[in-house]
Design a protein around this ligand. Structure first.
Ligand SMILES: [Zn+2]
Length: 475
C-alpha cells in the first residue's frame, strides 16, 4: 500500500527541514562507543547525543506513543519508544514489530579529505559527510518517520517498539540486560526491522540475508624485559615482531589471506551461494571498485562471486591497532621489548563465537617460538547471523517497495559486518521475520574516513520501511 503523494512530499520536507539539520547537529557530537571512550559517562557526549535524538523523537511521537530513555546502573543508555497499534483488529493485538538502530559511533580514524572531518558535518550534493550519520544516526529518524507516514494516510500498523542502543560499536554488551529488563514491554516480536546494514548500490532496496560475527583481542609478544641496542641484540634474541609474524601465520596464510582454523569456517548454504551469484551479476566489479584502491591495486581474486563469499561467509583477519612501537620520527635503533597488535577477525554466520575465540587464543599461545611470552587477551566475541527463511508476504513487500521507491527489483545479499543484536533476537524470537537493510553503500565508508549518508537513499528506505510495516499489518 503506497503512501499518498501528499505524504511522500511531507517526508521529503521533513528530511529537508528537520531530519537533516538534526543529523548535522548529531554529527558534531563525538559520542564514541564505550570501547573507544572509556570515560564516556564523565565526558557527557553520549548523554548529549541521546538528548538530541530523544528530543527530536519526542516532537514526532505518533499519538499514544511513549518515549523513555532507560539507563541501568553504569550501563550505556537506550532510547525506547512504544507505539500502539493503529487500525488493527484485536486478533493482531499481541504482535509487536521492533525497529532497531544505534547511536554510538566509531572513533575518528585518519585520512579525512581536506575540509571534512568526523565531527564536521558537510553536505555536498546528495551526501551528508561526518561520523555516525549513516552508521547509524539516521535510524531513529527513518523508523519514526515510517510509522508517521502510515498514521498520516490512516494505514494500519501493528504495535511497534523502537529501540536505539548506545553500545553497538562495542559489541552490544549492554544490550542483553536491557532486553531482559524490558522483556514484558517488548512482548512477542513478529517482525524485526534493522536499519544498520548495507546496500551494494543506491539504485534498489537491498535486504541483508546474513551477517558475519567478530572475534577481537590483543596479541602481545615479549622476549625482553626492556629494549636493547639493536646492533647488540639482533641475531641473538628474536625480534618480537618476527615472532608475531610466525604466530599470525598460524591464523591465516599470508600469501592468500585464507584463514586456516577449522573452528572459524562453515559450510555455505546453497541459497546463499545463489544470492552471491545474482549479486555479482548485478554489481559486477563494483564488488571491489567501491573501495578507495590505489592505482594498480587488484582484488585478492578476479572472481566476483568468490569476493562476495569471502566478505560474507568466510573469516578474515585485520590488524587494527598496535602498541609497543615509537612513532617513526622517534624510533632509535632498538630491539624493542614487546609488540602488541589488536586483532579483529570476522567470522562467518553459524560459527560459534566463543569456540572461535578459544581456538584463536589456543593456537596463538601454543608452543611460543623461542619461549617468548605470548598472550591473547582483552577480547570480545560476537556471533554472526543467518536469516530465517523469508515469509512470502515479506518477500512480496520488499519486491513491491523496491519497485515503487527505487524503480528496480529488490536484492538479497549477505553483509560482511556484524550486528550482534540480530543473533540475540533470532535466538529469542525464532518465529520473527527480519527486514535488515541500510544505507552503507559504495563509498559511504562507515568506520573509515569520509563516511557519508546518502540522503536520497535514506529517504527512499524510510518509504520502503513504511510499506513493509503496512504489508505486515495487512498480511
Ligand atoms: Zn552500525
Amino acid at each position: 500500500m503506497p503512501a499518498s503523494a501528499a505524504t511522500a512530499k511531507w517526508v521529503e520536507d521533513l528530511f529537508a527541514k528537520s531530519i537533516v539539520p538534526t543529523l548535522v547537529d548529531y554529527i558534531k557530537i563525538p559520542n564514541k562507543s564505550a570501547m573507544f571512550d572509556p570515560a564516556w559517562k564523565q565526558n557527557g557526549h553520549m548523554d548529549r547525543a541521546v538528548a538530541l535524538l530523544a528530543g527530536w523523537a519526542k516532537q514526532q511521537l505518533p499519538e499514544g506513543a511513549t518515549l523513555e530513555v532507560v539507563q541501568l546502573g553504569e550501563r550505556t543508555p537506550i532510547i525506547f519508544i512504544d507505539i500502539p497499534a493503529s487500525g488493527l483488529g484485536a486478533g493482531r493485538a499481541g504482535e509487536t514489530v521492533m525497529l532497531y538502530g544505534h547511536l554510538d559511533k566509531q572513533p575518528e580514524m585518519t585520512g579525512w579529505r581536506e575540509g571534512l572531518g568526523p565531527w564536521t558535518p558537510v553536505i555536498e550534493g546528495d551526501k551528508l559527510y561526518g561520523r555516525g550519520g549513516a552508521d547509524d544516526g539516521y535510524a531513529i529518524f527513518a523508523s519514526l518517520t515510517a510509522i508517521n507516514t502510515l498514521r498520516r494516510d490512516n494505514l494500519p500498523h501493528a504495535r511497534c517498539v523502537v529501540l536505539i542502543e548506545a553500545c553497538e560499536e562495542s559489541g552490544s554488551y549492554d544490550l542483553p540486560a536491557y532486553i531482559d529488563h524490558l522483556a514484558s514491554r517488548i512482548g512477542e516480536l513478529s517482525l524485526v526491522v534493522c536499519l544498520d546494514s548495507g546496500c551494494a548500490n543506491y539504485d534498489q532496496l537491498w535486504s541483508t540475508t546474513s551477517l558475519r560475527g567478530l572475534v577481537i583481542g590483543s596479541l602481545e609478544v615479549s622476549l625482553l624485559t626492556e629494549g636493547v641496542h639493536s646492533g647488540d641484540g639482533t641475531g641473538v634474541v628474536a625480534a618480537s615482531e618476527r615472532v608475531i609474524r610466525i604466530l599470525l601465520d598460524r591464523i591465516d596464510d599470508s600469501h592468500t589471506g585464507v584463514v586456516k582454523l577449522p573452528e572459524l569456517a562453515t559450510q555455505i548454504p546453497r541459497q546463499r551461494l545463489a544470492q552471491a551469484e545474482r549479486t555479482a551479476e548485478v554489481i559486477g566489479d563494483e564488488t571491489f571498485n567501491k573501495f578507495p584502491l590505489q592505482p594498480g591495486v587488484v582484488p585478492v581474486t578476479a572472481n566476483n562471486v568468490e569476493l562476495i563469499l569471502n566478505r560474507t561467509w568466510r573469516p578474515g583477519l585485520a590488524i587494527t591497532g598496535a602498541d609497543g612501537w615509537p612513532s617513526i620520527g622517534n624510533a632509535g635503533n632498538v630491539l624493542r621489548p614487546s609488540t602488541t597488535l589488536k586483532l579483529s577477525i570476522r567470522i562467518p554466520p553459524r560459527v560459534d563465537p566463543d569456540k572461535a575465540q578459544a581456538a584463536v587464543k589456543a593456537v596463538l599461545e601454543k608452543d611460543p617460538p623461542y619461549g617468548a611470552k605470548v598472550s591473547f587477551t582483552g577480547g570480545t566475541a560476537s556471533a554472526g547471523w543467518d536469516a530465517p527463511e523469508m515469509a512470502q508476504w515479506l518477500e512480496k513487500a520488499l519486491t513491491e517497495a523496491s519497485q515503487r521507491h527505487f524503480g528496480k527489483p529488490a536484492m538479497y545479499m549477505g553483509e560482511g559486518g556484524t550486528i550482534p543484536f540480530m543473533f540475540m533476537l533470532g535466538e529469542k524470537f525464532p518465529k520473527a521475520q527480519f527486514c535488515i537493510t541500510g544505507v552503507l553503500g559504495p563509498g559511504s565508508n562507515a568506520h573509515g574516513p569520509n563516511e557519508f549518508l546518502h540522503l536520497p537513499t535514506a529517504r527512499k528506505l524510510t518509504m520502503c520501511v513504511a510499506d513493509v510495516l503496512a504489508a505486515h499489518a495487512q498480511r
